[in-house]
Design a protein around this ligand. Structure first.
Ligand SMILES: NC(=O)c1ccc[n+]([C@@H]2O[C@H](COP(=O)([O-])OP(=O)(O)OC[C@H]3O[C@@H](n4cnc5c(N)ncnc54)[C@H](O)[C@@H]3O)[C@@H](O)[C@H]2O)c1
Length: 390
């Protein structure tokens, strides 16, 4: 197959375990083509998200087998990182755009630099910049996760979320506590409210109160952090709490957790392991039949004692604890569509006169460009690599 002139963007087929998303969907192909880009798609790249090769082709994309795609594309776009085989196919001068998590694994960034690849990672985006919002993949995917966490909890809970008044009597609505009222937490609040649950939200950032209340939650204030004015940190994120603050927070939260039917936890602190908010004792204090979904579950631990990503356990006390694992991948249609818009906005931001123009003096690019010209150029990632060497 002959591929025409012009900057080409190649959509790879994801290979991560359980990953069903795809970086570009047919609906954005027209926008990219209108900007003079050619869109190439690896065979079956969208199949797991129900986007067929034909649907891409109908929008003017060219579907290619794996080797041809990597050989032809100037810019490869992905959701998660490429596997070893994919990285082995990259060539110097090629660009790779995805969620590459360089701060979590700077060694991976070094590998991409060694291969001469320009790596661009959407998770480095300066999120408070209003012109960067259409590119904010962390937010778009967190929003999907927050929604899905509630749907998951509702399906595992053996009772109704809304108050039910029937001839057989009245059922009270479910009581839900959302821990961490960031993007995922606020989406969880809104979703649970739409299902009729009574929702309380908690966050250490004082400004989260107004946001949580605006989507229908009652905001929980704990004495633990009130005296020090809350736990806001830099850049709109939370700070890591001291050991004493954490302990006081856990103790006070346990009383509230015991009254809930559902707990959804989403708390994160950048660059740190997620804070432990719900202790084993607190889970023990919950009624049988209650459900906990820990969106922060990670190999290092999550917000809930004992939660592990991808594992659902029922405690001896009858509490179902779900360690969430890549929930956006379980809603691949919605998650891919939002992500594709984020990637498209970023590509169009970086492309000028039919070429990808790297300009590290520009605020958005300074955040997202990880490697260029054979070097790790992202300051945070470079600093971590230097630290590891010394
Ligand atoms: N366009 C924008 O301006 C924009 C876009 C996206 C996000 N944001 C802001 O960025 C911030 C981070 O959002 P995020 O969803 O990525 O956050 P995140 O995933 O880093 O954390 C989720 C939430 O957990 C909270 N948290 C952390 N430690 C906690 C603890 N010990 N107890 C309770 N809660 C705790 C955080 O305050 C945060 O609200 C928020 O202020 C959000 O509004 C702004």
């Amino acid at each position: 197959m002959t591929v025409q002139e012009g900057l080409s963007v190649g959509v790879v087929r994801e290979t991560g375990p359980g990953e069903r998303r795809v970086a570009l969907v047919p609906a954005v192909v027209g926008r990219l083509r209108a900007a003079g880009l050619r869109v190439l798609v690896e065979t079956d790249a969208g199949a797991a998200a129900w986007f067929s090769d034909e649907a891409y082709a109908q929008q003017g994309a060219v579907v290619l087998p794996t080797a041809a795609l990597y050989a032809e594309a100037d810019v490869l776009v992905c959701v998660g990182r490429l596997d070893e085989a994919g990285i082995g196919r990259l060539r110097p001068g090629q660009a790779l755009v995805g969620m590459l998590a360089p701060l979590a694994d700077p060694g991976h960034a070094r590998l991409l630099a060694e291969r001469g690849v320009t790596a661009v990672s959407l998770d480095g985006l300066p999120r408070t910049l209003s012109r960067a919002q259409p590119m904010d993949a962390l937010s778009s995917q967190a929003s999907v996760a927050g929604y899905k966490a509630v749907v998951l909890a509702a399906s595992l809970y053996g009772r109704y979320f809304p108050m039910m008044v029937t001839a057989a009597g009245t059922e009270r609505p479910a009581a839900m506590l959302v821990l961490g009222a960031g993007v995922a937490g606020l989406q969880a609040v809104g979703t649970a409210r739409r299902l009729g649950a009574v929702v309380t939200a908690y966050d250490v950032r004082p400004e989260a109160r107004a946001e949580a209340e605006s989507v229908g939650a009652t905001f929980l204030t704990l004495d633990a952090l009130d005296a020090v004015g809350g736990g806001a940190g830099a850049g709109g994120y939370a700070r890591a709490l001291t050991a004493e603050e954490t302990e006081a927070q856990q103790r006070e939260l346990a009383e509230h957790v015991a009254r809930q039917d559902i707990v959804i936890s989403t708390a994160q602190v950048p660059g740190r392991r997620p804070p432990l908010l719900v202790t084993e004792e607190a889970v023990k204090g919950m009624r049988a039949g209650s459900v906990v979904v820990d969106l922060a579950a990670s190999a290092l631990g999550g917000n809930v004692a004992g939660s592990l990503p991808g594992r659902t356990v029922v405690t001896d006390g009858g509490v179902t604890v779900v360690g969430a694992d890549n929930l956006p991948a379980t809603m691949p249609g919605a998650a891919s569509t939002a992500y594709a818009r984020n990637v498209t906005a970023l590509l169009l931001h970086m492309v000028a006169d039919g070429a990808l123009v790297v300009d590290l003096s520009e605020e958005i690019q300074a955040g997202v460009v990880v490697t260029h010209g054979g070097a790790v150029v992202h300051p945070g990632t470079a600093a971590l690599l230097k630290e590891a060497q010394s």
